[in-house]
Design a protein around this ligand. Structure first.
Ligand SMILES: NC(=O)c1ccc[n+]([C@@H]2O[C@H](COP(=O)([O-])OP(=O)(O)OC[C@H]3O[C@@H](n4cnc5c(N)ncnc54)[C@H](OP(=O)(O)O)[C@@H]3O)[C@@H](O)[C@H]2O)c1
Length: 329
């Protein structure tokens, strides 16, 4: 049966303005880095996209290299888009990126004009989209003049292949420079995508201020530290969890006793707040006004529903924030 979106889908989600732009983004967005590849359960991927959209999660984040194999998450999205989501195109924000190794040879990586132009073309083919809503440069390229990468992004917008531009993994100095270049070009550059979670607070050291000052939005990736901040690793590594996947990005050695002790202490605060730990960890990200959206990953519909419910208790007392800081020291 064809998918029909829940008619109450806009009832519970909160939409936050992306910097000073005109774009409103759901406070919770869904990333397709894991669990949407060619080897993953297609029906599960489909159910997750539908559940997300039913909950008002209007934003789906991709990259050229998501899979595995690279490209396959875009293809999975493209299949589901074609069969079920096309009719909702104007209610959906899709982003994709280029910046990591995508194809062999010297033109399939980093930030040359040659790579970025070819990559966006490939992404549009795989997803079946006429345009993406946000196109990101996935990482700063130290060997290509920033002007070259950013002019390519600007022209991708002018060709109608993307509506807005974003950058990811640029530090605050690089971001300030990118902002100046794109401002001069008149490019709709609106967002940065950095990592941010209770175990990785690097962006508090300068990037967040830079974004706020420039009126840019921020979508934080891995807000649950890839699952560590859900409590699922407290009693070891569960079968089928991300850390159990061979060759994954969350390695068993990242799950230290020190982190688990913190997770246990944080879970107590979450329970006192009437939330689960992932819900508290997401609300904690969103306590910062400059954070437009938290970009979650998921392996099941249940996780998406649990995580989206973080919005039911978004506020923290000063005492709660202090206790959290104490634990994270
Ligand atoms: N710009 C970049 O360079 C960059 C880098 C990384 C990610 N990203 C983007 O950010 C998105 C999110 O990253 P992420 O997947 O690392 O985010 P995350 O939200 O920190 O981790 C997601 C993983 O945690 C586990 N999980 C989530 N909710 C749970 C719950 N309620 N209970 C138990 N386990 C739960 C699931 O893993 P399991 O169930 O499989 O254990 C899930 O796949 C990516 O999809 C991608 O779009 C961007």
């Amino acid at each position: 049966m064809a998918y029909k979106a829940d008619k109450n889908r806009y009832g519970k989600m909160i939409y936050r303005r992306c910097g000073n732009s005109g774009l409103l983004m759901p406070a919770v967005s869904l990333g397709l880095w894991h669990n949407f590849g060619a080897g993953d359960d297609f029906e599960n991927s489909k159910k997750m996209l539908f559940k997300a959209f039913d909950l008002g999660i209007t934003h789906f984040d991709l990259a050229n290299n998501y899979g595995p194999p690279p490209g396959s998450a875009e293809s999975t999205f493209g299949k589901i888009f074609k069969s079920d989501l096309k009719k909702y195109r104007d209610e959906i924000l899709v982003s994709t990126k280029a910046g990591y190794t995508m194809w062999p040879g010297p033109y399939g990586d980093w930030g040359s004009r040659k790579y970025l132009f070819a990559s966006v073309e490939q992404s549009l083919k795989r997803t079946g989209l006429d345009y993406v809503d946000i196109f990101y440069h996935h990482r700063f390229d130290p060997n290509t003049p920033m002007e070259e990468s950013l002019l390519a992004l600007d022209q991708i917008v002018r060709q109608g292949k993307a509506l807005y531009i974003g950058i990811s993994k640029y530090d605050s100095r690089q971001t300030a420079k990118a902002y100046a270049i794109l401002k001069e070009l008149g490019t709709p550059f609106i967002i940065h995508q950095p990592a941010y979670n209770m175990f990785n607070r690097t962006i508090e050291e300068g990037l967040l201020n830079e974004l706020e000052e420039k009126g840019l939005g921020c979508i934080t990736f891995s807000p649950l530290a890839q699952g560590l901040l859900t409590g699922k690793y407290v009693k070891g590594i569960p079968k089928n969890s991300r850390a159990a996947r061979p060759g994954g990005f969350l390695k068993p050695e990242h799950i230290t006793k020190e982190k688990i002790d913190k997770v246990i202490a944080l879970s107590e605060i979450a329970a006192q707040r009437g939330q689960t730990l992932p819900q508290m960890a997401l609300a904690w990200n969103l306590r910062i006004k400059t954070v437009t959206s938290v970009l979650i990953g998921a392996s099941s519909v249940k996780q998406i529903a649990e995580n989206a419910a973080c919005l039911e208790n978004p506020d923290f007392t000063a005492d709660e924030l202090n206790r959290i800081d104490e634990i994270l020291k």
